[in-house]
Write a protein that binds this ligand. Structure first.
Ligand SMILES: [Zn+2]
Length: 381
């Protein structure tokens, strides 16, 4: 199994110049490859694929003094990145979405390059990261890497340079808890479980959003092209990055908590949720990173031998979890439900979470038999 780790880098001025130069070489190479594909198609209706372009790397290194000093894996990585952009484009064409042909990248639209083999172009060297052509870069190792490092990607962000590693490791199953849970996502509280737990109000989120608005206004006030505007833009980008990091961290913790406590977890199917619930809610769910939260939940579940099921969310809020009575008149403002038939009186999201768990019932138990076998095996039972 692969896991990603990201660390802040502290390159010296000379190293930073080399990182920037490598990025620029990659960007030009990317645009060159894209131009090649584009012309071949427009003039000769030919498709040039990844493998054909990979064969150009050697020639490119002899032809360009800039490419010469860049590791061939990095240049090959650019070919793969472009190919991925094309694959995504073809997928969108097929599914009939807004296609968007891959575009040429300007200097502020190209942010990373990568290595694919540990020990070939990069290596952890004491407390530093040795990268061919760049040097030994200082790293803030804020957490330990578990398993064997496979790849490295160097990323430029508004706040500086980062190293993103993938490492391969053997997952260990968590001991079974014998508990299951339904999770509802809402506006009042991000997550509510069928046990009635809610995530506390996120004070930091409102504070950080307020700061964001101040920075946005500052950018808008500054005149275009001036150095003050540029500074304001960087400050704004940093704030976006800061919020994204905090949110990621928060959702990661929530996913971790659920996985630790429950064997089986039921959540709403996001794709359907967006259609069923109103647009305002859909937006706040997207803002809250619900999609990446569910993704993380699945990933952690797989590691730990847990089960995650996504269910159809239709009427989970409007049906009584006690007797099935449907509250036709319920609006988003109503935070509490009182059932006239079975007299159930419950927080609206809590009721929804119970419905989600119920709906997942059969699926969960079917899946659980195979998973139980797995976790017992892993636990040596
Ligand atoms: Zn009822």
């Amino acid at each position: 199994m692969l896991k990603a780790y990201q660390y802040r880098l502290y390159p010296s001025n000379a190293q930073e110049r080399k990182l920037e130069a490598t990025l620029e070489t990659c960007r030009r190479w990317y645009n060159e490859l894209l131009a090649e594909r584009k012309t071949a198609y427009e003039e000769r209706k030919e498709t040039i694929g990844k493998y054909e372009q990979l064969r150009h790397v050697k020639d490119h290194k002899t032809a360009s003094p800039w490419a010469k000093i860049v590791h061939s894996h990095v240049l090959q990585g650019v070919v793969s990145d472009l190919d991925k952009a094309f694959q995504a484009f073809f997928r969108r064409v097929k599914t009939g979405g807004k296609a968007g042909y891959p575009r040429f990248r300007g200097s502020n639209r190209f942010d990373s390059f990568g290595f694919k083999e540990y020990g070939n172009g990069f290596k952890v060297d004491g407390r530093r990261l040795r990268v061919t052509g760049i040097g030994r870069i200082a790293v803030r190792w804020h957490r330990q890497i578990e398993g064997r490092i496979k790849t490295l990607r160097l990323i430029r962000k508004a706040s500086g340079w980062y190293a993103c590693f993938t490492a391969e490791y053997e997952p260990t199953a968590l001991p079974a808890t014998g508990r299951e849970v339904g999770v509802d996502v809402g506006i009042a509280s991000l997550l509510t479980t069928s046990d009635g737990d809610t995530t506390p109000k996120q004070g930091w989120y409102r504070r950080e959003q307020a700061k964001l608005r101040i920075l946005q206004r500052r950018v808008a006030r500054r005149s275009k092209g001036g150095s003050n505007r540029r500074k304001a833009v960087v400050a704004l980008q940093r704030q976006h990055e800061r919020i994204a990091n905090q949110r990621k961290d928060f959702l990661n913790k929530q996913a971790h908590r659920l996985i630790a406590q429950y064997d089986r977890i039921a959540v709403e199917d996001l794709k359907i949720t967006n259609m069923v619930k109103n647009r305002h809610l859909a937006k706040s769910i997207l803002d809250a990173g619900w999609g990446s939260f569910v993704g993380r939940l699945h990933a952690k579940a797989e590691e730990a031998g847990r089960v995650v099921v996504e269910v159809n969310p239709a009427y989970t809020s409007k049906d009584c979890s006690g007797c099935g009575y449907r509250f036709e008149q319920l609006t988003l403002k109503d935070r509490w439900i009182d059932c006239p038939r079975c007299l159930l009186s419950l927080d609206r999201d809590h009721n929804a979470a119970i419905n989600i768990l119920k709906r997942a019932g059969n699926v969960l138990w079917e899946l659980s038999s195979s998973i139980d076998g797995f976790s017992q095996e892993a636990a040596g039972l």
